[in-house]
Design a protein around this ligand. Structure first.
Ligand SMILES: Cc1cc2nc3c(=O)[nH]c(=O)nc-3n(C[C@H](O)[C@H](O)[C@H](O)COP(=O)(O)O)c2cc1C
Length: 344
């Protein structure tokens, strides 16, 4: 079956994975207001195309914290990937490498981070949850650095894990065999709510790797992040899985971009389903976007190849958007190409 939209992967994945895994993947928190808004908000932005811009083919190449990637579309950290395919994170990292872009391994991976690094063929970053026990986080950072990961992505929107009511209501649970492969059995696995901004200084003392914060949604926090010397920000609502009614990521992006004022790279995630979504996030100032659920649909349907196929769809859609709007390179995609209008 040749799919031409990511939504076809969603339908096919739904048939393949069990009900509990599907609910875990698709759910958000609370009433899922933010989950829905993250997707809907893209329809409030319209592309203002330019004509008579000569080009052969659009150039999608870019860099992310200095690492070259073939397009500004990257793989978001997602936990428990072996619930969706027996090869789990290894297959996702391989499919991402096939698309010549960047994979972020999750702290909740079901594969050892060293084994993900061995399987991967593209650049890797490591996503860190700040655990209650500092030693657990410190060890993960040091292992990631030793294994060749190029940056640490600290997820900051999880002082507590969000309540996934849909999952709880369905009385679902995770299979007992699905283990977080990077945490030893004595670690509580609980994220720490005791941390303030100084924890960034502590992390800095542990590693020479660049540090990004994932889950910043306001100009106030972006300015604090700059003051603490972070190397990048990912504007994210965790795919609508943490604070319900938090403002959708796309609404937050411009204020963070403005506060940062070009001093560090700003990335985006939550709600990307098409290449025009990617285009709009770039136009609002994102250096690149991360994709979550659609890649897991690809993984569930066809392992590494499925992940590569989802990337190929998003890539092609972005290419068309660039060709038809007169943008020969991703660096040309700017705010002047968008108009905001609520007409749907
Ligand atoms: C099933 C699932 C598991 C996730 N696990 C993690 C995780 O372990 N660490 C993390 O920082 N974010 C995690 N996220 C959030 C993603 O990194 C990303 O922010 C989100 O999926 C983006 O939204 P999208 O799915 O609409 O693309 C998870 C998201 C989903 C759907």
């Amino acid at each position: 079956m040749h799919f031409i939209q990511t939504s076809q992967f969603e339908e096919a994945a739904r048939q393949k994975v069990d009900e509990a895994a599907w609910c875990y993947l698709e759910s958000g928190c609370g009433t899922e207001q933010t989950l829905r808004a993250n997707i809907k908000i893209f329809e409030q932005y319209w592309i203002r195309p330019r004509v008579f811009v000569p080009m052969q083919a659009p150039d999608l190449n870019t860099t992310v914290l200095g690492s070259p990637v073939s397009m500004p579309i990257l793989a978001a950290p997602i936990g428990f990937q072996r619930w969706f395919h027996p090869e789990g994170e290894r297959a996702s990292a391989q499919g991402t490498g096939q698309a010549q872009t960047l994979y972020v391994a999750s702290s909740s991976a079901t594969t050892r981070l060293e084994d993900i690094a061995t399987a991967a063929t593209g650049p890797l970053w490591f996503q860190l949850y700040l655990f209650e026990e500092r030693d657990v986080s410190a060890e993960l950072v040091q292992r990631a650095e030793a294994a060749g990961y190029r940056a640490i992505v600290v997820t900051v929107d999880t002082p507590w894990y969000g309540r996934k009511e849909r999952f709880a209501r369905g009385n679902y649970s995770m299979p007992g065999t699905l283990l977080k492969a990077n945490l030893d059995e004595h670690a509580s696995g609980m994220v720490g709510s005791q941390y303030g901004w100084e924890v960034i200084d502590w992390l800095r003392s542990l590693t020479r790797l660049p540090i990004l914060l994932k889950g910043v949604l306001t100009a106030e926090d972006a300015r604090k992040a700059l003051a603490h010397g972070v190397d990048g920000i990912i504007v994210s609502t965790h795919g609508g899985r943490q604070l319900d009614a938090a403002l959708p990521s796309l609404l937050a992006l411009p204020e963070v971009v403005e506060a940062v004022n070009g001093q560090i790279e700003v990335y985006f995630d939550s709600g990307i389903r098409t290449g025009t979504d990617v285009f709009k996030a770039l136009a609002l100032g994102a250096r690149a976007v991360f994709v979550g659920r659609p890649l897991i649909w690809g993984l569930a349907v066809n392992g590494a190849q499925g992940v590569a196929d989802v990337f190929a769809i998003l890539r092609e859609e972005l290419e068309y958007a660039m060709m038809l709007s007169g943008c020969p390179a991703v660096s040309c995609i700017d705010r002047s190409l968008l108009r905001e209008a609520h007409i749907l």
